[in-house]
Design a protein around this ligand. Structure first.
Ligand code: UDP
Length: 235
């Protein structure tokens, strides 16, 4: 499958059209950003590792009945995906408090949550992806009520599947971000799931195996991504 035209370039990925109008090539870059792109850098081989990690996770989700845009890995940095119209929402699921939830509510990092939580953000870099609620989504027609219900159900199901998957690899899934897309009147999971979009803490040590190593200059970023790749590939 050949790359034809670049149709989108984001912070970590590029999308290209192919000869099949229903399929795109998703290319993973080494570029890393944090704090709404105020911090920029590169993580060596990140694109290769995230391509492989995301592919493995999408395969596992498919095996568990979740429809995703993933078709197949093409090479080290590229996967073939279904072309979707992205719903302009970031869906964040949390199992423990970290990051912006700690800032919002004055919680200690790692604080226990009695049940998983879900937040919506409006996907807009210029606005810094502001948090919104379901009334905003309805009023601005970002998604229909049925779509919102479906997205929430899918997000919690994905959380259940991935929590178990990672726990089997001695990793605790702290939180993660999902994006969904519309195709043929359906909603499917899109974008990526990787250490860029999840918080992953090693069971026992609490070592961070995710982008927080880059955000907070904790060192050994590549090693952490490599370790996640090694573990998800072993499953
Ligand atoms: N996240 C993401 N992209 C975003 C915002 C958040 O992938 O634009 C992920 C982030 O890596 C973490 C989870 O969503 O796993 C929750 O992020 P949070 O709201 O705590 O924001 P942060 O403090 O990381 O900016």
């Amino acid at each position: 499958m050949q790359k034809l035209e670049k149709i989108y370039e984001g912070k970590a990925k590029i999308l290209y059209t192919t000869e099949d109008p229903s399929l795109l090539i998703q290319y993973f870059k080494d570029d890393a950003t944090a704090f709404n792109a105020q911090k920029k850098g590169t993580i060596e081989q990140k694109g290769v590792m995230n391509n492989r990690i995301a592919a493995r996770i999408f395969e596992h989700l498919k095996d568990n009945g979740i429809a995703t845009h993933f078709v197949e890995c093409l090479n080290d940095r590229e996967m073939l995906v279904k072309r979707v119209a992205i719903v302009p929402l970031e869906v964040i699921v949390r199992n423990r408090a970290a990051g912006s939830l700690c800032r919002l509510l004055g919680l200690a990092e790692g604080a226990t949550l009695a049940c998983p939580t879900l937040e919506f953000c409006y996907k807009d870099d210029a606005l810094g992806d502001p948090q919104i609620n379901e009334y905003h989504i309805r009023a601005l027609r970002y998604a229909t009520d049925d779509e919102v219900k479906y997205i929430k159900d899918m997000a919690f199901r994905i959380n259940d599947i991935l929590k178990k998957f990672f726990l089997g690899l001695k990793i605790e899934l702290i939180d993660f971000k999902l994006e969904f897309g519309r195709v043929n009147d359906r909603i499917i999971l899109a974008d990526e799931i990787s250490p860029d979009t999840c918080r992953l803490w090693e069971v026992g040590t609490g070592n961070k195996l995710d982008k927080d190593r880059f955000r907070r200059d904790l060192g050994n970023i590549e090693g952490a991504y490599q370790e996640v790749l090694r573990r998800v590939s072993s499953h």
